[in-house]
Write a protein that binds this ligand. Structure first.
Ligand code: ADP
Ligand code: 5GP
Length: 211
């Protein structure tokens, strides 16, 4: 049966584990499309243009915003980030779900857009602030200064937790992942995401009548 694609938004303070959970979710269901954001920040070692992000100049980014190519955009940690609109529309037409790893500002903008009814939003919390910092350090991708900046922003990001449909505390990764897939499976079964149901029930009624 056909299904209406949904927009799964994951937000969290940096280091709480949303990229790890997002990667696992796409291995679990390869039909999910990851929304590759455009950013003006520089690539980290190992990041590839078009895979983690589209790395663009400030001018190119501003052009995309001006021409209405962004579904949402925001400034985070002094850089600009935005979600291109075109691929999201294509995925929805194909009945595919799109996964967004974006901050609370992006979450608000998509929730308030014409696509708001298709949004399922999940906030990921760390088990403690000490563990959040330790995860940022163990990721070994950022300088001390960048880590301090991310920690300072965490409180602000966490203050938006109540705007989300669901909250997962990522203490144990396997448990957090099981919770994530449970949410997705239930949301996919919502009546309004199954447009063929009326036809299906009509066919059941026809079967009654021919018995
Ligand atoms: P985010 O995308 O939210 O910034 P990451 O997914 O990059 O965070 O996770 C930050 C670090 O924490 C990574 O090194 C990741 O492997 C680790 N991590 C994620 N979830 C857990 C967990 N439940 N327990 C321990 N370490 C975790
Ligand atoms: P990072 O630089 O660590 O990859 O991402 C920094 C923050 O920017 C994360 O909280 C991430 O979720 C957020 N982010 C990434 N892409 C987008 C986007 O397209 N829009 C918005 N609003 N935030 C984004």
């Amino acid at each position: 049966m056909a299904r209406r694609g949904l927009l799964l938004i994951l937000s969290s303070p940096s280091g709480a584990g949303k990229s790890t959970l997002a990667r696992r979710l796409m291995e679990w269901d390869p039909t999910i499309r990851f929304s590759v954001s455009t950013t003006t920040r520089l690539p980290r070692p190992g990041e590839e243009d078009g895979r983690e992000y589209y790395f663009r100049s400030r001018e190119a980014f501003e052009d995309m915003v001006k021409t209405g190519e962004m579904l949402e955009h925001a400034e985070v940690f002094g850089n600009f980030y935005g979600s291109p609109k075109g691929p999201v529309e294509t995925a929805m037409q194909q009945g595919r779900d799109t996964l967004f790893d974006i901050d609370w500002q992006g979450g608000q903008q998509i929730r308030n857009s014409a696509l708001g009814r298709d949004v399922v939003s999940i906030f990921i919390l760390p088990p403690s602030i000490a563990e959040l910092e330790s995860r940022l350090r163990s990721r070994a991708q950022d300088t001390d200064e960048v880590i301090a900046g991310r920690m300072a922003k965490s409180r602000d990001e966490i203050s938006h937790w109540a705007e989300y449909d669901y909250v997962i505390v990522n203490t144990d990764l396997d448990k957090a992942f099981a919770e994530l897939t449970t949410i997705l499976q239930a949301e996919r079964l919502r009546r309004d995401r199954q447009p063929d149901l009326s036809d299906f029930v009509r066919s059941l009624n026809r079967e009654f009548e021919t018995r």
